[in-house]
Design a binder for this molecule. Structure first.
Ligand SMILES: Cc1ncc(COP(=O)(O)O)c(C=O)c1O
Length: 454
């Protein structure tokens, strides 16, 4: 049992770092994986589903701010945030407080059947933050993929149309609607067919090297008007276009504003709903509450999850009241909007609005500047891109991205692959300037281990 484990003895000079991980991270005090992590891994591998992949042998035990300590007492600087989830850092006292208080009063009551006060409070709060003018309605879920499912159902039921356009490279989850809408890796889809019918994939703004990359609005017309609408499906059969305003799992790609604006125009021209999937890029991560705000575009439906409750399972569908017309009883969820998760979300939103969104913008700038300098030193880095604390470093080849990920881990920095050859950087939004500089230094050390390119 992890909780019974004694962390490996550490030298005296490292003891204070172990006790207060925030100050001293990173601090690697055993070989990696350490003995306790090896025991966890051995036990895990006999019982957990083989469908799970693990990027490297990391077994977290506790965390504070942007630092996570593993079961051997090794402190890591966390540039993953539990995969863009722990927005307010690990165990932020205000979030822990909110969870504890709510758990001592009411742990569950289903808001699909009764009036749960904190559910309504969070919905009101999210409606007030909706990135579109006019009234909003909110439905709470347990996860991102469940919110994606709900958004597809909402769009189909409102429009009476059954097709949804999504994008090559995008990721929308693992349940049937989510995985059908996704097109980031064939392996997520191929064993599970037949998938949900009615999904059409168009190229994302990066357009895989197409010359249209520099003419984004023309690209939308070329692929959606001239290919999808002429050859595959008529626009009056399309319920929604669903887009990640910044591509997440597919490689942390920021599209040109003109591309997203043209999507909005096409939706308006044909009575199609625009759904922004902000599961990964929302809740302050890009330096704005919602990533789509950077492009001056208003979606009809916004999907949130991941960072919204700092690690408690919660998602949300925030939609224009005018399109939220599904009748009573048509959609619900037993656990969605559980009161403890709602409490965590309210505390998270307070923190993100009051300080963390701005911190993401400022500290994200420091990180991007530092990584750009590394790109000048290391030709294996093809591109550094991002907004706020959502940053992708694209390497020359997938093996190089794997090697950087591994070398970062060995140095006490947690990062994760995305897309084909990109290392994603999505730290907690509480990251300090000093931690950003430390992270860049470690990332540079990791790049220095790469073979030279020819
Ligand atoms: C953009 C996007 N949508 C949906 C999902 C699915 O969310 P969940 O894993 O909470 O089901 C993810 C998860 O990575 C995501 O990045």
């Amino acid at each position: 049992m992890i909780s019974d484990m004694k962390e490996t003895e550490v030298p005296q000079k490292q003891r204070s770092q172990k006790e207060s991980p925030k100050k001293g991270a990173p601090s690697i005090v055993t070989e990696l994986p350490g003995p306790n992590a090896r025991a966890v891994i051995d036990a895990d591998e006999t019982v957990t589903s083989p469908s799970l992949t693990r990027a490297y042998p990391f077994a977290p035990a506790r965390g504070e701010g942007s630092v996570v300590v593993d079961v051997d007492g090794n402190a890591f600087l966390d540039f993953n945030a539990g995969i863009a989830v722990c927005a307010t850092g690990h165990c932020h006292p205000a979030v822990v407080d909110a969870i504890t208080r709510q758990a001592s009063q009411l742990i569950h009551y289903s808001a699909s059947d009764f009036y749960l006060p904190i559910y309504g409070e969070l919905c009101r709060r999210l409606a007030g933050l909706a990135p579109f003018a006019g009234d909003a309605r909110v439905f709470l879920t347990n996860s991102g993929t469940e919110a994606v499912e709900g958004a597809i159902k909402l769009a189909r039921s409102y429009t009476g149309r059954d097709h949804v356009i999504t994008f090559l490279g995008s990721f929308h989850g693992r349940s049937y609607g989510g995985v059908s809408a996704s097109a980031s890796r064939a392996k997520y889809r191929s064993p599970f067919g037949p998938l949900l019918p009615g999904i059409v994939h168009a190229p994302y703004a990066d357009l895989f090297g197409s010359p249209l990359r520099d003419r984004p609005e023309v690209a939308v017309d070329e692929y959606i008007e001239n290919v999808v609408f002429r050859r595959l499906v008529s626009p009056d059969e399309v319920a929604a276009i669903m887009v990640e305003p910044v591509l997440g799992e597919g490689g942390y790609i920021v599209p040109p504003a003109a591309w997203i604006r043209r999507l909005r125009e096409i939706c308006d021209e044909h009575g199609i709903l625009l759904i922004a999937d902000e599961v990964q890029c929302g809740v302050g991560r890009t330096g704005a509450m919602w990533a789509i705000e950077h492009f001056d575009v208003e979606p009809d439906v916004l999907i949130s999850a991941k960072g919204i409750a700092s690690g408690m399972p919660l998602g949300a569908i925030v939609s224009r009241a005018a399109v939220t017309k599904w009748p009573a009883g048509t959609h619900g969820s037993t656990f969605g909007g559980n009161p403890v998760c709602c409490a965590a979300a309210l505390a998270t939103i307070d923190l993100v609005q009051s300080e963390l969104m701005e911190n993401a913008r400022v500290v994200g700038g420091t990180l991007i500047d530092g990584l750009h300098l590394l790109a000048e030193r290391f030709p294996q880095i093809r591109e550094v891109r991002g907004l706020g604390l959502m940053i992708g470093v694209e390497l020359e080849a997938p093996e190089l991205a794997d090697a950087v990920e591994q070398a970062c881990f060995e140095r006490g920095l947690l990062v994760l692959r995305a897309g084909d050859a990109t290392v994603r950087i999505s730290p907690p939004l509480v990251l300090t300037e000093e931690q950003a500089r430390t992270g860049v230094e470690l990332f540079g050390e990791a790049c220095a281990t790469l073979p030279a390119t020819t």
